[in-house]
Design a protein around this ligand. Structure first.
Ligand SMILES: Nc1ncnc2c1ncn2[C@@H]1O[C@H](COP(=O)(O)OP(=O)(O)OP(=O)(O)O)[C@@H](O)[C@H]1O
Length: 237
């Protein structure tokens, strides 16, 4: 049997005396969307941060592409980090306000040594087009874009890293209802095309039902159930 893309085993996250994530386990295949659902404070974001190793877990394992990550040093994690990318609730939060969109999307290519002056700008334009943005928006800064456009630019920047997993923490909650479906449909199309795995955190039950293949329910840091929506992966057209 092949290894899941992401295999989380007995994950524990504590903040002082508070156990935010209490022996949580789940697995996620490439091309699959697993939603984490549950009331405010049940540990969804803490799970996401620990999966991304942005906060070191206090116990358990995070296996990504067959490799256990929690025992790795920051230096050992560095080449793996681009492969697991966060997309966060605040569309403006993941982009520096000072940088033009084109530079924000180019940065991961430069950091990873995949930039060259001949075809780099064309690659950035291609990524912007892929997320539904006119490449001319590359000249703008984040505050000159709408929330939906900015979230698309953040997704373009994440794609520049050539990820296998996107950790989507309330990716459409801050957007107007009218642009939510567009961003969710973009994510669904990218998943079909690239076989990305999505760990998806969302408060909105209707969105979860449409978007997720499987749902893990959390309550007070523990998994209480796991279920499959009836129409998994359906696009919101
Ligand atoms: N930095 C922190 N320091 C101390 N306690 C924290 C911290 N972050 C989260 N917590 C606590 O950990 C628990 C889980 O929080 P977490 O943000 O992971 O839940 P959540 O399900 O994502 O909530 P929400 O849906 O409101 O974002 C809560 O009791 C919260 O108060």
């Amino acid at each position: 049997m092949t290894e899941p893309l992401l295999d989380v085993r007995d994950l524990v996250v504590r903040y002082g005396p508070v156990t935010a994530v209490d022996h949580v386990s789940f697995a996620l295949e490439a091309g699959e969307t697993l939603a984490l659902d549950g009331p405010s404070g049940c540990g969804k974001s803490s799970t996401a941060l620990a999966v991304l190793l942005l906060r070191r877990p206090d116990g358990g394992e995070v296996r990504f592409e067959g490799r256990e990550l929690t025992g790795l040093t920051e230096r050992e994690l560095r080449p793996l980090r681009p492969r697991m990318q966060p997309v966060l609730q605040d569309p403006y939060g993941s982009l520096s306000p000072r940088h033009r969109i084109r530079d924000a999307v180019a940065e991961p290519l430069k950091v990873q040594g995949r930039w060259n002056a001949d075809d780099g700008p064309a690659r950035v334009a291609e990524l912007l087009e892929r997320v539904g943005l006119d490449p001319a928006y590359g000249d703008r800064r984040p505050h000159e874009l709408s929330g939906g456009q900015c979230q698309r630019a953040g997704i373009a920047r994440a794609l520049a890293c050539e990820p296998r997993l996107l950790v989507l923490d309330e990716p459409v909650s801050a957007l107007d209802a009218s642009v939510r479906a567009g961003v969710l449909n973009l994510l669904a199309d990218l998943q079909d095309e690239l076989g990305l795995g999505y760990l998806f955190i969302c408060h909105d039950r209707a969105v979860v039902r449409h978007f997720a293949d499987r749902v893990v329910e959390l309550r007070e840091g523990r998994v209480t159930s796991e279920w499959r929506p009836r129409s998994p992966g359906a696009a919101l057209r």
